[in-house]
Design a protein around this ligand. Structure first.
Ligand code: PMP
Ligand code: GLN
Length: 398
C-alpha cells in the first residue's frame, strides 16, 4: 500500500525523511539515544538534569491527590490563564484578558503547531530566521505553507536587515520569531524587533513569537515582541513552563493573542490534544506566581553554567561563540581540525564521551554549509556534570 499525506509533507519539509522513506527521529531524540547507548554526557537535547522549585512539584502532587485528574476546560484552567495574564503584566506591563486572550496548550510545541495550522492557507509564506528550531520547518510543511528564511550569520547571528526586508512580502502570512533564539543564544534587540513589526504591519502579516526562553537571558533584556508599538493586535506570543521550571516533560505551554486569533487557534487545538496536563496546570500557575527573585535566580545560575561550559569548550580548543540566552552555546570545531560538525557530533561520544548537536540540524541543506563546523552544546546541567564534560573535552586537544 502506498501511504502519503501530511506525515510525508512534514517529514520531507523538515528534511527528516530517510532515503528508504522512513521517518528519522528528530536530531534531539537521535542524540539522546546516542548518549544513552554510549554512556556519554548528554549536552545534546536541551533538558535540565535537576528538578525545579519544590513548590511547583508539590503543587502537582497536591493537585493529583485532590482529584484534578480529569479533562480540564478546553482553553485551560482559569487559575493558570489568570497566572499567565498576571505574569505578562508583572514582567512586561501587558494586560491580556485571561478569558479571551490566553490559551493553555500542550507545551509550546502544540501552540506553534495549532497556530500555524490555524493561520496558513496552502501556499502562504512563513518567514523564519535560519538556523531555526526543527518544529518550524515540519509544521510549515504540514500546514502546506512555504518556508522562507533569513540567515543569521555567525559570529553575531544577527540578520542583515535588507535581507529581512526582502524576505517579507504581501505573500507573507506569518513572521515566526524566536527570541531568545534556539540554537544560537541570540537575544533579539529592540531595533531588529521594531523592523519585524514594521514589516508585519506593512504586509499585514501575523507575528508568531516563540519566547520559551524568556527568563533565561544573561545580560541583554528579553523584549517580548508584543510590547512594541503596533505589535499587540497582530502577535501570537508563545511560551511554556518547561524551561522556566525545569519541567520539560510536563508539556504545559500557553499563548497570548488578540481574541480573534485565540479563537482561530482554539478551533484547531481542540482537535489536536483538546486538553492536557490537568494536575500540572495548577502547578505551573504556582510557578508563575513565584517572587521575582526566583526568576532572576534561575538566570544567574544558568549564566554561571554557561561560563563553565564555555570556558571548558575554549580550553578544549573550540572556537566559542557568545550566547546571551537559552540553554545553549555554539562552538566551532574547525580549530580542532573538524570541518564537518555532523560527523564530528556523531563521533564525539567516542572521541570524548560527550554529545552535542550539529547546527546543520537547524538548517536547510542550502544553508547548512555556512554552519558546517558548528555544534550546539546544552549547559542546563549540574555544575559537576559540566566540569566533567569540560575535562573530557580537553582530551580532544591531545
Ligand atoms: N520552541 C523552542 C525554541 C524550543 O527550544 C522548544 C523546546 N525545547 C520548544 C519550542 C518546545 O517547547 P515545549 O517543550 O514547551 O513544547
Ligand atoms: N527544545 C529542545 C532542544 O532544542 C528539544 C525538544 C525536543 O526534543 N523536541 O534541545
Amino acid at each position: 500500500m502506498s501511504v502519503s499525506g501530511a506525515w510525508r509533507r512534514a517529514a520531507g519539509g523538515a528534511g527528516l525523511l530517510g532515503s528508504d522513506g522512513s521517518v528519522r527521529p528528530t536530531i534531539f531524540a537521535e542524540m539522546s539515544a546516542l548518549a544513552s547507548r554510549t554512556g556519554a554526557i548528554n549536552l545534546g537535547q536541551g533538558f535540565p538534569d535537576e528538578d525545579g522549585p519544590a513548590e511547583v512539584l508539590e503543587a502537582a502532587v497536591a493537585a493529583i491527590r485532590s482529584g484534578a485528574n480529569q479533562y480540564p476546560p478546553g482553553p485551560g484552567i482559569p487559575a493558570l490563564r489568570q497566572a499567565v495574564a498576571e505574569h505578562q503584566h508583572r514582567f512586561y506591563g501587558l494586560e491580556p484578558d485571561p478569558d479571551r486572550e490566553v490559551l493553555i496548550t500542550a507545551g509550546a510545541t502544540e501552540a506553534i503547531a495549532a497556530t500555524l495550522l490555524a493561520l496558513l492557507e496552502p501556499g502562504d509564506e512563513v518567514v523564519t530566521f535560519e538556523p531555526f528550531y526543527d518544529e518550524y520547518g515540519a509544521m510549515i510543511a504540514l500546514a502546506g505553507g512555504r518556508h522562507v528564511t533569513v540567515p543569521l550569520e555567525p559570529p553575531t547571528f544577527l540578520p542583515d536587515p535588507d535581507r529581512l526586508r526582502a524576505a517579507v512580502t504581501d505573500r507573507t502570512r506569518v513572521i515566526l520569531v524566536n527570541t531568545p533564539h534556539n540554537p544560537t543564544g541570540t537575544v533579539f534587540d529592540r531595533e531588529l524587533l521594531t523592523t519585524i513589526v514594521e514589516l508585519a504591519e506593512r504586509h499585514d502579516a501575523v507575528i508568531v513569537t516563540d519566547e520559551v526562553y524568556e527568563h533565561l537571558t544573561f545580560g541583554p533584556e528579553h523584549i517580548p515582541v508584543a510590547t512594541l508599538p503596533g505589535a499587540q493586535g497582530r502577535t501570537v506570543t508563545i511560551s511554556s513552563g518547561g524551561k522556566t521550571f525545569n519541567t520539560t516533560g510536563w508539556k504545559v505551554g500557553w499563548l497570548t493573542a488578540p481574541p480573534e486569533l485565540v479563537t482561530a487557534v482554539l478551533a484547531v487545538k481542540q482537535f489536536l490534544t483538546y486538553v492536557n496536563g490537568a494536575p500540572f496546570q495548577p502547578a505551573i500557575a504556582t510557578g508563575l506566581a513565584l517572587p521575582d527573585s526566583f526568576f532572576s535566580g534561575i538566570a544567574a545560575e544558568l549564566a554561571r553554567k554557561r561560563d563553565i561550559l564555555s570556558a571548558g569548550l575554549r580550553e578544549a580548543g573550540f572556537g566559542v561563540l557568545p550566547t546571551d540566552g537559552t540553554y545553549f552555546v555554539v562552538a566551532d570545531a574547525a580549530p580542532l581540525g573538524h570541518s564537518d560538525a555532523v560527523g564530528f557530533c556523531r563521533a564525539l561520544p567516542e572521541l570524548a564521551g560527550v554529545v552535542g548537536v550539529p547546527l546543520a540540524a537547524f538548517c536547510r541543506p542550502e544553508y547548512a554549509a555556512r554552519t558546517a563546523s558548528l555544534g550546539r552544546f546544552a549547559f542546563c546541567k549540574r555544575e559537576a556534570v559540566l566540569t566533567e564534560a569540560a575535562a573530557r573535552l580537553s582530551a580532544l586537544r591531545a
